[in-house]
Write a protein of this length. Structure first.
Length: 486
């Protein structure tokens, strides 16, 4: 018998409580910052009421613990102000009874019934509403970790999947490899099939477009069949379009396809590339102009909060495969601090440690993890040599300040911003805890900074970098300087 039987028991109805929770959750954005909201708060789900408390479910224990530390008191105060229960109980998805959990917005496994389809299956839908590559069922919006560096692309992708993005018929999502561009394309396809099975969707690699077009030319077949396959979809999703550069006739056909779909009305093209329009110099002028006219969304390297959230989500994935696989928070923190380039590399690190766990048959300590991931972590000596003092010296010198001037508790932007940048870089490139950083950023004899001020800087700087190219350039330059050998 579950201790959580009869979830809705008193007070506002479950529906009313859920509505109030949605209102309050949006209010928390200002309290916890954009990065904290996107990484930890946005995906919380309200189940209803139990024993006079509002029950909220987090995706995993990392999200649960962060919300308990940083949001629970704020949640309770804001809910009380709306007349809802003053107590909030926060559970991880694994802790909550299955019957409580809202149905996730995910595409069914192949062969499973699609909601509202009258018994049709995912495999049948893939055969009728979808052509080209089938969407990967594990690449959904629910399994995509959102942070400051990818929020814009995530939002536009959700709009495309639900038909709200018709105002921008051509979309280009760009960024370095391994940051989630392919994941978003398949998530769009999966969500679209569930949202409106009447929409014709095609998802394909640019290489597939190249091969089909070249095959049509070489066999001298009637091009009508090829054109229909590319121009009939209401939603065309093309991955890695930079592969088409330099192939003149293929590029011309691809350009004509985009123009046709753009003029068709009710159709949309979403593309991904490793660079934005200005970086795709191998395309002809008119193709670059077409890309410049598109709605563009850049995905940047994940910050620490997003990297940690990616690790938590991927850990949950691997534990479904191997329930005995466990890594301590210290090991996950080390990986998040040391593997900074992409989510793909973070996933690769976890896969490597899963292998090591199977081979060694013992708990993976931080030291064992560092040894197992030596090739993936890069130069460990450089990482260990970076100290808080080194970060402070580099940042202060970069902005023409002494360390004492930068650490002095003035509110002038000329010293406050460098201090915030230094805190952000210290969280990303040193192993110091947040309370310890609070002490190290206080002048001798002064009261230490509260660790929440360090969290604020850690979350604020990536958010500002998205809006301010100059700040982003400064942070990237400082990152290179602090990693540089003395």
């Amino acid at each position: 018998m579950s201790q959580y039987e009869n979830v809705v028991d008193s007070g506002p109805s479950g529906r009313d409580a859920a509505f109030l929770f949605e209102t309050v959750r949006r209010e928390l954005r200002a309290d916890v910052g954009e990065s904290g909201y996107l990484s930890y708060v946005q995906h919380l789900q309200c189940c209803g009421l139990w024993n006079g408390a509002l029950v909220v479910v987090a995706d995993n224990v990392v999200q649960r613990d962060w919300v308990q530390r940083h949001c629970q008191e704020r949640l309770e105060k804001r809910l009380a102000g709306h007349g809802a229960p003053e107590r909030v109980r926060i559970l991880s998805r694994d802790e909550a009874p299955a019957e409580w959990l809202p149905t996730p917005s995910m595409v069914p496994e192949a062969g499973a019934p699609i909601p509202g389809s009258g018994g049709s299956t995912a495999a049948q839908a893939a055969g009728t509403g979808l052509s080209g590559l089938p969407p990967k069922p594990d690449m959904t919006f629910s399994s995509f970790a959102v942070g400051a560096g990818n929020h814009r692309a995530y939002t536009v992708s959700r709009m495309a999947a639900t038909g709200l993005g018709m105002a921008f018929p051509v979309v280009l999502i760009h960024g370095a490899p391994g940051l989630g561009k392919t994941h978003l394309l398949h998530a769009i396809a999966n969500e679209t099939l569930l949202h409106d099975q009447r929409r014709k969707v095609r998802v394909l690699m640019a290489q597939e477009f190249i091969e089909e077009f070249q095959a049509m030319l070489h066999t001298r077949k009637d091009p009508a069949g090829f054109k229909v396959g590319m121009r009939e979809p209401d939603l065309l999703l093309v991955d890695d379009v930079q592969r088409i550069m330099g192939k003149t006739r293929t590029e011309e056909e691809f350009f004509d396809t985009i123009v046709f779909l753009r003029q068709k009305g009710g159709a949309q093209v979403v593309m991904t590339a490793d660079h934005g329009p200005d970086g795709l110099t191998g395309f002809a002028h008119r193709m670059r102009e077409q890309l410049k006219a598109a709605t563009t969304c850049e995905i940047t390297a994940p910050d620490f909060a997003l990297r940690r959230n990616i690790l938590a989500m991927r850990m949950a994935h691997y534990q479904r495969i191997a329930p005995e696989f466990r890594l301590s928070p210290q090991v996950l923190d080390m990986i998040a601090e040391r593997v900074t380039e992409s989510g793909r590399l973070l996933d690769g690190a976890l896969a490597q440690l899963l292998v090591e766990t199977s081979i060694l048959g013992e708990e993976i300590t931080v030291q064992l993890a560092e040894e197992a991931l030596r090739g993936k972590l890069g130069d460990a000596a450089v990482s260990h040599r970076i100290t808080v003092q080194h970060v402070q010296k580099v940042v202060a010198a970069y902005f023409g300040l002494t360390v004492h001037e930068m650490l002095a508790r003035g509110r002038q932007l000329s010293t406050r911003r460098p201090r915030q940048i230094a805190k952000y870089l210290a969280t990303a490139h040193t192993t110091c805890s947040l309370p310890d950083l609070g002490k190290r950023f206080a002048l001798p004899g002064e009261k230490p900074w509260d660790h929440t001020t360090v969290i604020h800087s850690r979350d604020l700087i990536p958010e500002l970098m998205q809006k301010d190219p100059k700040l982003r350039a400064d942070v990237e330059a400082l990152t290179a300087l602090i990693k540089k050998k003395p």
